[in-house]
Design a protein around this ligand. Structure first.
Ligand SMILES: NC(=O)c1ccc[n+]([C@@H]2O[C@H](COP(=O)([O-])OP(=O)(O)OC[C@H]3O[C@@H](n4cnc5c(N)ncnc54)[C@H](OP(=O)(O)O)[C@@H]3O)[C@@H](O)[C@H]2O)c1
Length: 263
């Protein structure tokens, strides 16, 4: 069994790699920072005796899914589990943001995710087995002022994945949108402590939660009871304008400068 994980050079992606390696899955690790991927590959191969393939790639590149899929074919690798985890958020008002930054955000968070799934899904359906895990966010559930494109991209991930899960019924392939709240990763190194909203949880705990939900046949799940209450009850009951205003206060910009971060 082989799992391909995007954004595997740090944070949640690396935690997925560690969990899958511990379960004796071979791995394909994708991200831009080759040195980080190679260090993780050496450590995981050594500790768990699994095969780890490093595939450095920038997911903003046009057609990157073709290059990744060609590389998998060339190396004879069949992917059984695809984790679309790479993502980042521009933390600034739209009026202050550059079109290029916002386009890159959509490209990594949405376009590359759809591209990779579209390339790898036919093989999974043909084999009548496979899993797709897409990383959403608690930001998937309401508009997020000051991170407007990020919130919209994560709403896309949730909607797309839940629709896909229905399309895949009876095929033997599962799709899950895993929606973390605040999670301890490099996000807070980049965005600073002011970006932390609510209690932070560990990436390892998030991954265990996600895999339980996948194996239970869920199509989406929110990590943390407090986060799930806000996403599934409060955000649905309050008027959209009200929940957007509350989210805007939580993500307000302390300094009027731009931060680029995941979250
Ligand atoms: N941490 C949180 O509180 C939180 C909450 C909700 C959702 N999330 C989501 O969780 C996912 C993982 O984020 P994280 O928290 O683990 O943050 P992180 O530690 O900053 O990880 C982000 C990963 O995405 C990769 N990445 C970013 N841009 C890329 C690009 N252009 N091409 C290829 N890879 C790229 C990074 O690798 P390179 O820099 O090496 O390319 C890195 O491995 C993201 O989708 C994020 O939106 C995080």
């Amino acid at each position: 069994m082989t799992a391909l994980i995007t954004g595997a050079s740090s944070g949640i992606g690396l935690a997925f790699a560690e969990q899958f390696a511990a379960e004796r899955h071979d791995l394909v690790l994708v991200a831009r920072r080759r040195d980080r991927l190679e260090a993780a590959a050496a450590r995981l191969q050594d500790r768990h005796g699994v095969r780890v393939t490093v595939l450095p790639a920038d997911l903003t590149e046009d057609g990157i899914w073709d290059r990744i899929s060609d590389e998998l074919d060339a190396q004879g690798i069949t992917v059984n589990t695809l984790v679309n985890n790479a993502g980042f958020g521009v933390h600034d008002d739209v009026a202050n943001s550059s079109p290029a930054d916002l386009a890159r955000e959509v490209q990594v968070n949405c376009t590359a995710l759809v591209g990779l799934i579209t390339k790898l899904l036919p093989g999974m359906v043909e084999r009548r087995s496979g899993s797709i895990i897409n990383i959403g966010s608690t930001a998937s559930f309401q508009p997020v002022p000051h991170m407007a494109v990020y919130g919209a991209s994560k709403a896309f991930v949730l909607s797309f994945t839940e629709a896909l899960a229905v399309e895949l019924r009876g095929t033997g392939v599962r799709a899950l949108a895993l929606c973390p709240g605040a999670t301890d990763t490099e996000f807070f190194d980049v965005a600073g402590e002011s970006a932390r909203t609510g209690r932070s949880r560990s990436a390892a705990d998030l991954v265990r939660h996600g895999l339980r939900a996948l194996r239970a046949g869920r199509s989406s799940t929110v990590h943390g009871l407090d986060n799930a209450l806000v996403a599934n009850i409060v955000a649905r009951l309050l008027p959209r304008r009200t929940i957007a205003a509350i989210a805007g206060r939580a993500t307000g910009l302390p300094q009027e400068n731009q931060n680029v971060s995941a979250g």
